[in-house]
Write a protein that binds this ligand. Structure first.
Ligand SMILES: *Cc1c(COP(=O)(O)O)cnc(C)c1O
Length: 396
């Protein structure tokens, strides 16, 4: 007898909802923040440089600039790349809207290129097709934690004199052809939001090997002012100049103290994410109605997300129904992402549906399974049990 779905009144696999992602805070994280609070600097103090150096070292980049969010990091990168009115920036639609919102912030025009059918990262061949004389930059996303096609994208952007920005919000700790992500694009941006690999509450970082780009990002986070308060104090001077229109995108010392404590655990967090992803693969691989995420050869995936694709022709239910059935079982599935230009704001700007058919078709079939380092064996078993129960129920 098949079990009755919770959606239809049967007993759920779990009584409390398992979220799709969640931060992992331990006693030493809390202690680090308390110590920072007692240390005299709340913001623009020495902890910021310490986190910047630690991240730069971890990702193999010469420079790192800490900012107040991953969105601020993208905004600073687009500013540093010199994007302004009339400039086109190519990016994938299968991402969080911030990836292209920052182009709009600077008066530029996002141009969407489709994703690869297998890895769901930006398709370099489609980027090539969307180039115009006004193209200035490409923003690629390491979707779900898998590195984008860096060799092809770097080749293309160098040939055309474009800036390559990598939105690596999903991919802290990932590697491409044996090298960590961090300085493989001109500018790489990170997010420390609670669902990401390490958190500072809110926070972000730009890493780069280019000293000039790093200096532009550092000015941008501080109103476009060339020196910060600590430097002025050290010089005993009041004079400063605002040379660009920047923002207050500073990260506080307490957040950086949390970031340092978290970063020390990145390897353990990554290991756990990879172990959960492997468990899912082993336990769900035989379900014909489900496609598991494809991983390109010679990359090390950071597994921010575990997105599965429903084979709708093998199911008697659509994604909405499968989603609701899993939620009813206590599994906090999610969908990453609604194609950015489908959002009403982008529709009002004049973007039409149909621009990127692969991303649109994939969106109708996507489901993200829970994946975060604090998941225990029971949690993983619950997800597997619920997915098998629901997909089994609707399979035909
Ligand atoms: C999280 C995320 C961002 C934005 O980061 P915030 O820190 O939330 O501002 C940008 N791009 C992608 C792909 C993300 O997942």
């Amino acid at each position: 007898m098949p079990e009755e779905l919770a959606l239809h009144g049967g007993p759920p696999v779990r009584s409390s909802l398992l979220p799709y992602g969640r931060h992992n805070l331990e006693d030493d994280d809390v202690a680090a923040v308390l110590e920072s609070l007692r240390g005299g600097w709340l913001t623009t103090g020495p902890t910021i440089g310490r986190l910047e150096r630690a991240v730069a070292e971890r990702v193999g980049a010469r420079h790192a600039v800490a900012v107040s969010s991953g969105t601020a990091a993208l905004h600073a990168a687009v500013f540093a790349a010199g994007i302004g009115p009339g400039d086109e920036v190519i990016a994938p639609p299968l991402t969080f809207a911030a990836t292209t919102n920052v182009v709009l912030y600077q008066g530029g025009l996002p141009v969407f290129a489709d994703v690869r059918a297998d890895t769901l990262t930006l398709d370099p061949a489609d980027v090539e097709r969307r180039l115009t004389p006004r193209t200035r930059a490409v923003i690629a996303v390491d979707y779900a934690g898998q590195p984008c096609d860096l060799d092809a994208l770097r080749g293309l952007t160098r040939r055309r004199g474009l800036v390559l920005i990598e939105d690596a919000a999903h991919a802290l700790g990932a590697e491409y052809h044996g090298r960590p992500l961090g300085a493989l694009a001109d500018l790489t941006t990170w997010s420390f939001h609670p669902v990401k690999h390490v958190t500072t509450g809110e926070g972000g970082m730009i890493t780069t090997d280019d000293a000039g780009l790093a200096a532009r990002c550092a000015r941008f986070r501080n109103h476009g002012i060339a020196t910060d308060a600590a430097e002025r104090e050290a010089r005993g001077d009041w004079f400063y100049e605002m040379t660009d229109l920047g923002f207050n995108y500073r990260l506080t010392d307490l957040q950086c103290a949390l970031g340092l404590a978290q970063l020390a655990k990145l390897d353990r967090f990554l290991q756990r994410r990879r172990a959960v992803a492997e468990r899912y693969r082993a336990a769900l691989d035989d379900l014909a109605a489900l496609s598991l995420p494809a991983v390109a050869p010679d990359v090390s995936h950071a597994w921010h997300l575990f997105p599965v694709l429903l084979q709708l022709e093998r199911l008697s239910a659509d994604r909405r129904t499968v989603f609701s059935a899993l939620r009813a079982e206590g599994i906090g599935v999610n969908v990453h992402y609604i194609p950015v230009y489908w959002h009403p704001y982008y529709q009002r700007l004049g973007y039409e549906k149909g621009l990127c058919p692969r991303a649109e078709a994939v969106y109708e079939r996507l489901l993200t399974l829970p994946l975060f380092p604090a998941m225990n064996e029971r949690d993983v078993d619950d997800v597997v049990r619920a997915v098998r129960k629901v997909v089994g129920h609707f399979a035909r």
